[in-house]
Design a binder for this molecule. Structure first.
Ligand code: NAP
Length: 244
């Protein structure tokens, strides 16, 4: 799978799964733009060391006007955007009984409205090109629900609904929109979980282990390649069989 000549925009690409996606797409030859609240220069340098063009643009996905400006900057530098990966995401876990309005609002703002803002900011360009790939990073939790994650599960279920709707609306313009639903992946996000919670989840994963950020990145690399041109509106689970 070659992504030579393609320009990929990855939100939350400085660290975690987003960084792995950036590195994987760069290894396939794509130029990479990371959109993050704070750009980690080491990540940009690591990408450049792979021999591709890479840049960082600072914006919060929650703020439409800053996302719009970031997209303008990308277009000034590269003229096109071929691949968009909505990866930025946060958790603010709490049992529903105790969940504060702020915990609900902040998770919906980043995980769901953030993807809406980015899709809005790029859609005119993708339509003009009559080509493009969007991949939204959802979660098994959006399919199964999870205790203590009403906000997160709702945001990821919403993201799956957004994926399927945009897939239908954009298909005639040769733009494919898919979601990847990771299960439990070893990152800073899951490192915070207590040991007993981790043990409980491992028991429910047929593969018997957590996944790696590279496992998720490999699925994204396929979905944004020409080999996946006839795949749209799908949710690809990368979860060791947790949800089936
Ligand atoms: P992570 O290590 O916490 O990284 C999240 C990234 O998103 C960071 O770069 C963060 O930037 C960025 N971000 C947060 N809020 C942002 C905002 N308002 N605007 C722009 N960027 C923002 O998380 P991860 O584990 O890699 O998760 C990546 C995605 O995979 C998320 O959507 C998550 O829900 C999903 N996912 C993860 C797992 C898992 O097991 N880890 C499982 C299923 C789904 P800062 O450095 O500024 O915070």
């Amino acid at each position: 799978m070659s992504l030579k000549g393609k320009i990929a925009l990855i939100t939350g690409g400085s660290r975690g799964i987003g960084k792995s996606i950036a590195l994987r797409l760069a290894k396939a030859g794509a130029s990479i733009v990371i959109l993050d609240r704070v750009i980690q220069n080491e990540t940009v340098e690591e990408l450049q060391s792979l021999g591709v063009k890479a840049m960082g643009v600072e914006a919060s996905v929650t703020d439409f006007s800053s996302v719009e400006k970031a997209v303008e900057k990308v277009l000034e530098s590269f003229s096109t955007i071929d691949i968009v990966v909505n990866n930025a995401g946060i958790t603010r876990d709490n049992l529903f009984l105790r969940m504060k309005q702020e915990e609900w609002d902040s998770v919906i703002a980043v995980n769901l409205t953030g993807a809406f803002n980015v899709c809005k900011a790029v859609n005119r360009q993708l339509f003009k090109q009559r080509a493009g790939k969007i991949v939204n990073i959802a979660s098994v939790v959006g399919q199964m629900g999870n205790i203590g994650q009403a906000n997160y599960a709702a945001s990821k279920a919403g993201l799956i609904g957004l994926t399927k709707t945009l897939a239908r609306e954009f298909a005639a313009r040769n733009i494919q929109v898919n979601a990847v639903a990771p299960g439990f992946i070893n990152t800073e996000m899951t490192a915070k979980l207590p040991a007993d919670v981790k043990e409980y989840f491992i028991k429910n994963i047929p593969a018997g282990t957590f996944g790696s950020p590279e496992d998720v990145a490999n699925a994204v690399a396929f979905l944004v390649s020409d080999e996946a041109n006839y795949i749209t509106g799908q949710v690809i689970n990368v979860d060791g069989g947790m949800f089936m």
